[in-house]
Design a protein around this ligand. Sequence first.
Ligand SMILES: [Zn+2]
Ligand SMILES: [Zn+2]
Length: 158
Amino acid sequence: MWETGNGCPDIASLSALSEVFGTDIGVLLSGGIDKKETEKGNMKKLKFYVCSTCGNIITATSDADITCCGRRLGALEAKKADESEKLSVQDIGGELFISSDHPMTKEHYITFVAYVSDASATVFKQYPEWGLQITMPLYRWGKLVWYCTEHGLFYQDL
Ligand SMILES: [Zn+2]
Ligand SMILES: [Zn+2]
């Protein structure tokens, strides 16, 4: 009766396992850049890489080898924004209006705001000397992730 013994992995868990690995390997091989990441469920693992030289923003759902401007980039760790750091989020009837009075000077500004949900990630690039104002569709669940040139990566739940 070996098939009921502990040593025999059951078929269901094996195929589940290979699905998990299949997905991860697929994303890894593709470099994990943007487009591929519409795969459901992967977004929670989304990592952000920012090149301090050119300001490039790269996202990946796996620990990918990301280089930009000749340097290897490490994934940034997002801090949970406290009340004073949070972006202002208003429901303006079917859409969200995001704004902030955070400085937007060349030396100190928010370079991007990303909306991240289970199924997708959308990056809104920001520019110094422009006020931070974003209008995006109202989603059911998600979080905002943004990057300040002085203080790093932050997130807040919506
Ligand atoms: Zn770069
Ligand atoms: Zn700042």
